[in-house]
Design a protein around this ligand. Structure first.
Ligand SMILES: NC(=O)c1ccc[n+]([C@@H]2O[C@H](COP(=O)([O-])OP(=O)(O)OC[C@H]3O[C@@H](n4cnc5c(N)ncnc54)[C@H](OP(=O)(O)O)[C@@H]3O)[C@@H](O)[C@H]2O)c1
Length: 264
């Protein structure tokens, strides 16, 4: 324990989240590996603990506000502060596009990181880092010109981006999405929203010295990425770990791949 930095990773029982925990542990951080199912969390944390200490597991379902507040309380009681939060949990529902699937995707990929960040950022201090694991699929080119203008507006607020996400879910439900300029990919819209949220949260949290950035890991061989993806998890997690280990005063509010800036 001692002076180790403390890192929390969501959706970490497998894939990029699990590998991010492994790499943060290798950097001598105290890692809290979280996931929505207790049995999977125990198994994953146990696997990493075998390779050395400093990994503990905790249940955290990013869709469940009670689970989030319980986890925040546990953290406060056990550790007091945390240094790193990696909002990695995410879903992509393939072969289906309708109101319920759009809602679930936006709830998990956009509102999940928002709620977890709101609950855990009070435990963070000057120099702490928050990483949003986003995707190149969320680049704003997926939107119509008019929607893109609304997303990109420097005046976009937290309420404004929430309203845009809700507008999308409604229009996916009533079938009007295409005429309104939305793509038929809830995954893309949720990650475009997450990117804009990154800018907004960075503005909100920079007075406290908290650094918030979004990262595209590349196309990675995981259950989500599939077997044909060119990157292994080790390379995919590198850019996430880079953003999670930025020095104090590093810039926030950016979107990066392998440590290099990307277009929104
Ligand atoms: N793989 C790629 O090519 C790629 C590319 C760009 C971005 N990304 C992003 O990278 C992140 C990790 O993806 P991955 O490829 O590692 O996918 P993955 O192997 O499918 O892992 C996703 C993780 O998220 C968890 N999760 C889903 N819903 C959750 C919830 N409500 N609460 C808590 N955890 C939840 C899953 O838990 P369960 O095991 O319980 O389902 C799992 O641990 C995602 O945000 C994804 O969008 C991936």
């Amino acid at each position: 324990m001692g002076n180790k930095e403390i890192a929390v990773v969501t959706g970490a029982n497998k894939g990029l989240g699990f590998e991010t925990c492994r790499q943060l542990k290798e950097l001598d951080m105290q890692v809290i590996l979280t996931g929505r199912e207790e049995a999977k969390v125990k198994k994953a944390a146990g696997l990493l603990s075998k390779e050395g200490s400093s990994v503990s597991g905790a249940v955290l379902d990013v869709l469940d506000t009670a689970s989030i507040s319980r986890f925040a309380e546990e953290l406060r009681a056990k550790w007091g502060v945390i240094d790193v939060l990696v909002n990695n949990a995410g879903i992509s529902i393939s072969g289906r596009f309708d109101g319920p699937s759009a809602r679930l995707t936006v709830e998990t990929n956009f509102f999940g990181p928002l709620r977890v960040t709101d609950a855990l950022s009070p435990l963070m201090q000057k120099g702490s880092r928050i990483v949003m694991v986003s995707s190149g699929m969320g680049q704003l080119s997926c939107l119509s010109h008019e929607l893109r203008r609304r997303f990109e507006s420097p005046n976009l607020t937290r309420d404004g981006i929430i309203e845009l996400m809700q507008e999308f879910v409604r229009s996916a439900g009533d079938g009007t999405y295409s005429g309104k300029g939305w793509p038929s990919s809830a995954y893309s819209v949720s990650k475009a929203g997450l990117n804009m949220l990154t800018r907004i949260l960075s503005k909100e949290l920079s007075p406290k010295g908290i650094i918030v950035n979004a990262v595209h890991p590349g196309w990675v061989r995981t259950d989500m990425g599939g077997a044909s993806a060119p990157l292994d998890v080790r390379s995919g997690a590198k850019g996430i770990v880079w953003a999670a280990t930025l020095p104090p005063h590093a810039p926030g509010g950016g979107f990066f791949h392998d440590g290099k800036p990307m277009q929104w």
